[in-house]
Structures are given as structure tokens and as C-alpha cells.
Write a protein that binds this ligand. Structure first.
Ligand code: TRP
Length: 335
């Protein structure tokens, strides 16, 4: 990709297991538009990764198409960026195997996500769950990515990817670019509306803790109405006021207003007014995404075309790396 444009490559995958939250929107999605100007971006739906946990087949299929529609609705432009479904590009599974044979049992055993997930799904500790980080490393290395935006939960996997890439390059000669983590410039951390000491998460059991970017306006307003605050009355950013601080962060990022401006705006008004105002700006910010998603999900022919074109473009890039790897390790290639 970089070869053609000279831009650095950013790559990210999302599993088709649920909608983004307001936290993802504020932390990342909002910046995608600009990122597509500055970088060559690759986004894919990591459906193979989802198989490491038992999925209902019909649901996986539906969620995969919805994830594609969601990425489009959030502003990923398939003319500017690579947008594809992981299982549509065979190179991922193939490179995954070759990398499996260069990943060490010991290092995979140390992955905290593996330990957590095997505890969570004790009845299904499958080999894919164990080699999950290797498949992920392949995703990244196939596209020679410079940067990978990662949350705390994926940091160890990226570190593993770097180690694996360096090991491979040392053994067989330079093939892979060693990727760096990408830290968003003005990303803010959004906390749960019910427990503002914890990060907002789509897997929160308390549905009032997070706002999904496809939530209906009345649902969003209700969630903000119920947001946990404190027993004071002043809208001010201060240590110990986690709930209010979180709402101020959200309001500030969306409106561009400073904390001082916000304090002045709500002087003499109650928390109720403030929560309502935050809810309203969130509703307005998310409305275009929800509407676009609603339109796209009806247009299956278009979504399929995006998938097909995306898979063809991604395969072209991925195959180049895969062929180099095959040659390096000594697999016999016939044209
Ligand atoms: N493991 C990531 C997650 O669950 C998804 C993912 C798969 C990914 N392959 C990737 C993210 C490559 C970044 C790069 O969130």
C-alpha cells in the first residue's frame, strides 16, 4: 500500500460481536475521516478471530455484514481505505499457519487474554484461542502496517507481533515491517455511565453503563438521565467527581467547549439540566451514523460489492507478502 502513495499504513480489525460504543466513537471513530487523508488505512472485520469463542452460525453471519455496514456508516470510504472481511482473504489463514510454526508455546501461554478467556470459557479452551495472537500478528504483518491503534487489552498482542516479526526477519531475512502502537492525538477516555471509575465497555452487563452508537435517541437520553454523578451540585471538573468529569469530557469533546466554559454555562443549574444537554449533543452527533447504518443495512447488494472489491484489493497486497514469506521459508512455489 505504502509503495503506491508514500503514506504510512494504519491497520485495525474489529470482531463482529457488537456495536461500537460512544467510547469508541470519541476515542477513535470520530478521527477516522481525517486519518484517511493522512494515512493509508486498512480496516477489516476479524470474523476468524470470533470463531475462537462458540458462535451461533446465523448470528455470526448477520453480525459480519452489520460490522461492514457500521464501518461504512462511521465514514470508512472504500475508495480511500482497504475495507474487507478477514475470511475473504485466504492469506490470513495461510500466513497464520506459517507463523504458528515460529511462535513459541511459552510466549503464548503468557498472554493474559488467553488466561482470562480460558477461565471464562473453561469448557472450550480450543487451540484457536491459544494461537489467537498469531493470527492477529499475521493480519498486521501481511499489510506491512506501520501503526496499529490498540487499546490496553490488545497491547500485549501487539508486543508479541513485534517480537514475532523481528524473530522471523532475523531467521529468514527482512520480510516484515515491525509495527508500532498508534496513540490517537486527541482521543479521550470515556468511562462507564454507571461506574465512572471503569472504562465504558460494550460487554458491560449493566446496559445503562454504555451508549451504543446505534442507540435510539430516547434510549441515549435515558442513559444520560440515569448516569451516576455525586451528591454535590456544581458542574466542575475536579478530582473525586468521576461521574461529572466523565460527562464533562464527553460534552467537551463533542462541542469543543473548554471545561471552564462548561462550568460557566451550567452555573446555577442542576445536574439534571447538564445531563440533558450532554444527552442532546450525543444524540445529534450519533444521528447521522445511525441513519446511514439504517440505509446501508437495507442495501445488501452494495454491501456485498464492497466486500468483494475489498477482498480483491486486500488479497493483492496480502499475497505479495505471503509469497515472499513462502519463498523465505522454503516452500516450493509453482507458478
Ligand atoms: N483482536 C482484536 C480485538 O479483539 C481484533 C483484531 C484481530 C485486530 N486482528 C487484528 C486488531 C489486527 C488490530 C490488528 O479487538
Amino acid at each position: 500500500m505504502e509503495e503506491q502513495t508514500g503514506k504510512k499504513v494504519i491497520l485495525s480489525g474489529i470482531q463482529p460481536t457488537g456495536t461500537f460504543t460512544l467510547g469508541n466513537y470519541i476515542g477513535a471513530v470520530r478521527n477516522w475521516d481525517r486519518m484517511q487523508q493522512d494515512y493509508d488505512c486498512a480496516y477489516f472485520v476479524a470474523d476468524l478471530h470470533s470463531l475462537t469463542v462458540r458462535q451461533e452460525p446465523g448470528a455470526l453471519k448477520k453480525n459480519t455484514l452489520e460490522a461492514v455496514a457500521l464501518l461504512l456508516a462511521c465514514g470508512i470510504d472504500p475508495e480511500k481505505s482497504l475495507l474487507f472481511v478477514q475470511s475473504h482473504v485466504r492469506a490470513h489463514a495461510e500466513l497464520g499457519w506459517i507463523l504458528d510454526c515460529n511462535a513459541l508455546f511459552g510466549e503464548l501461554t503468557r498472554m493474559t487474554q488467553f488466561k482470562d478467556k480460558s477461565a471464562q470459557h473453561a469448557d472450550n479452551v480450543n487451540a484457536g484461542l491459544f494461537t489467537y495472537p498469531v493470527l492477529m500478528a499475521g493480519d498486521i504483518l501481511l499489510y506491512q502496517a506501520d501503526y496499529v491503534p490498540v487499546g490496553a487489552d490488545q497491547k500485549q498482542h501487539l508486543e508479541f507481533t513485534r517480537n514475532l516479526a523481528e524473530r522471523f526477519n532475523n531467521l529468514y531475512g527482512e520480510v516484515f515491517k515491525v509495527p508500532e502502537p498508534y496513540i490517537a492525538k486527541n482521543g479521550a477516555r470515556v468511562m462507564s455511565l454507571q461506574d465512572p471509575t471503569r472504562k465504558m465497555s460494550k460487554s458491560d452487563e449493566n446496559l445503562n453503563g454504555f451508549v451504543s452508537i446505534l442507540d435510539e435517541p430516547n434510549v441515549i437520553m435515558n442513559k444520560f438521565k440515569r448516569a451516576v454523578t455525586d451528591s454535590e451540585t456544581e458542574v466542575v471538573y475536579r478530582e473525586g467527581k468521576d461521574g461529572i468529569n466523565n460527562l464533562m469530557t464527553i460534552y467537551s469533546v463533542i462541542t469543543g467547549k473548554s471545561y471552564d466554559d462548561i462550568t460557566a454555562e451550567f452555573a446555577g443549574k442542576g445536574y439534571g439540566d447538564f445531563k440533558k444537554a450532554v444527552g442532546e449533543v450525543v444524540v445529534d452527533a450519533l444521528a447521522p451514523i445511525r441513519e446511514e447504518f439504517g440505509r446501508l443495512i437495507q442495501d445488501k447488494a452494495y454491501l456485498e460489492k464492497v466486500c468483494k472489491d475489498g477482498a480483491a484489493k486486500a488479497s493483492y497486497v496480502a499475497e505479495k507478502t505471503l509469497t515472499k514469506v513462502k519463498k523465505k521459508v522454503g516452500l516450493y512455489i509453482v507458478k
